[in-house]
Design a protein around this ligand. Structure first.
Ligand code: ATP
Length: 211
């Protein structure tokens, strides 16, 4: 059977239970054998990450320890320049066998930004888009689909619409976790315990950027 490559990209600054619950749900719902978590070096659409790629990879590794469906890829971290998704898809295709399919998992907040992506139309042609619901964006999905029409054809928007999966609504963000750490509040139950221990042992996210 042709290989199915499913990429879940993000800053993962840090990885949190929202990412993990949604990833597991998708893996089960879609019957995936593998899902690749792909931390971005320099996300083109967001502020730079607060901690190094090495820290973010290590936290991801701890988060998925023993869960064989997940793997972490350093593909984007090892590339110079901004992490454009189209380049990643092309690099993944070159490495995989002929006929491999590439799918991209994105949260509904990211979907709203898709029209601003570098070569958005080509991304949508090159990969199947799997959309995870995320509060509060789940309340305005129609608005999000309408906004996609700026950059994508009606056929492409329709394909994306069919890619929405009824994932559980988990209102956790990395921003919230970083804020709680700065304020000296607990992040227990929001990230896996091993990730929390890693953050605390190294004093990550306490001040400004920590390499
Ligand atoms: P930040 O708060 O720093 O913006 P984030 O929590 O959005 O970070 P990212 O690492 O930027 O986390 O997200 C990576 C991908 O995971 C994106 O596609 C995003 O939409 C999705 N995602 C993150 N958190 C959730 C969540 N709670 N539910 C569904 N999707 C999520």
């Amino acid at each position: 059977m042709a290989e199915r490559i499913v990429l879940f990209g993000g800053t993962f600054d840090p990885v949190h239970n929202g990412h993990l619950i949604v990833a597991r749900h998708l893996a089960e719902r879609l019957g995936l054998e593998r899902m690749t978590l792909l931390p971005a070096a320099r996300p083109p659409h967001k502020a730079p990450a607060c901690v190094s790629g090495a820290h973010r990879v290590e936290m991801l590794r701890r988060a998925i320890e023993g869960e064989h469906v997940f793997e972490v890829s350093e593909l984007e971290l090892s590339r110079e320049g901004p992490s454009y998704t189209i380049d990643t898809i092309q690099a993944v295709r070159e490495r995989s066998g002929p006929g491999a399919s590439v799918s991209l998992v994105i949260g509904a907040d990211m979907l709203a930004e898709l029209p601003d992506w570098h070569r958005a139309e080509e991304v949508v042609e090159a990969a199947e888009i799997i959309v995870a619901r995320r509060p509060p964006w789940h309340l305005r999905m129609e608005e999000v689909f309408a906004s996609l029409a700026v950059a994508l054809s009606a056929r492409q928007v329709e394909r994306i619409r069919r890619g929405v999966v009824e994932t559980p609504l988990i209102d956790i963000s990395s921003t919230e976790i970083r804020r709680r750490i700065r304020e000296g509040r607990s992040i227990r139950f929001l990230v896996p315990d091993d990730v929390r221990a890693y953050i605390e042992e190294r004093g990550l996210y306490l001040g400004g950027n920590s390499e």
